[in-house]
Design a binder for this molecule. Structure first.
Ligand SMILES: C[S@@+](CC[C@H](N)C(=O)[O-])C[C@H]1O[C@@H](n2cnc3c(N)ncnc32)[C@H](O)[C@@H]1O
Length: 227
């Protein structure tokens, strides 16, 4: 099935609300677990001077989990949607997570050099971000600019199914009782996602082939490594 891109930024208030209210806790916790597992594997610990950037952080669910898990490490969530960041900031004031902040930035502008993000990251994470980019090389390009040498990468995204029928089946399997707007978004995201082979090729083209690509299950792929 051919890829159908969806709008990059999530800005429609009803869409943002539905996304922020949805329970993605199982998948969200996997990002934290993957980072923990990778740190253990390479024998690294994170300390006070380290910076973790959550790319396209949306309502901040994952950034918050990371900030709580590593309370001495500075965590910054970046997103280009003010509507999403409002959701994230609202929770921030409720939860008083002192090591977490947010920046409103279109990640494309980091890739093109229009914006120079001053702080370089020790860890770059993302979830359900890559498939939003009309040009995936903008996403990989921004990551290259943002990471310090030996930066750890943990990225997780949806995999594009190979047919419309399969896309529909996956949508019904994973979101059987969700609000229609969320189902519609999920369906569009599946169609906008990349295959494992496409991601592998993107990493080679972008000079990031040291990162490993793992298919987790029928829904998710993870891209993990240190560059
Ligand atoms: C599906 S949500 C994922 C949010 C979050 N990472 C999570 O897993 O809950 C995708 C997010 O990517 C953001 N996004 C898409 N394109 C972007 C870009 N070019 N620059 C910054 N953020 C972007 C959208 O605004 C949206 O908040």
């Amino acid at each position: 099935m051919k890829r159908t891109p969806e709008p990059e930024l999530m800005q429609i208030p009803s869409q943002v609300r539905a996304y922020a209210e949805a329970d993605f806790s199982r998948s969200d916790s996997m990002v934290v677990k993957s980072l923990e597992k990778y740190l253990k594997k390479v024998g690294r610990t994170l300390n006070q001077s380290d910076l973790i950037l959550d790319m396209a952080c949306g309502p901040g669910n994952i950034a918050e989990r990371i900030a709580k898990n590593w309370p001495s490490v500075n965590v910054v969530g970046i997103d280009g949607s003010i509507e999403m960041l409002n959701e994230a900031e609202n929770k921030l004031s409720e939860n008083l997570t002192k090591n977490l902040s947010y920046e409103l930035i279109d990640i494309n502008s980091i890739a093109t050099g229009e914006i120079d993000f001053p702080d370089k990251a020790d860890v770059l994470v993302s979830n359900s971000a890559l498939h939003h980019f009309h040009d995936p090389y903008r996403f990989w390009g921004a990551l290259k600019k943002l990471g310090k040498t030996k930066c750890i990468h943990i990225h997780r995204d949806l995999i594009r199914p190979n047919s419309i029928e399969k896309t529909f089946e996956i949508k019904e399997k994973h979101l059987p009782n969700s609000p229609e707007i969320l189902k519609k978004d999920f369906y569009a995201s599946l169609k906008a996602s990349f295959t494992v082979d496409e991601i592998t090729q993107q990493l080679i083209d972008a000079g990031l082939s040291q990162l490993e690509v793992f298919q987790v299950d029928d829904l998710y792929v993870e891209i993990i490594g240190c560059i």
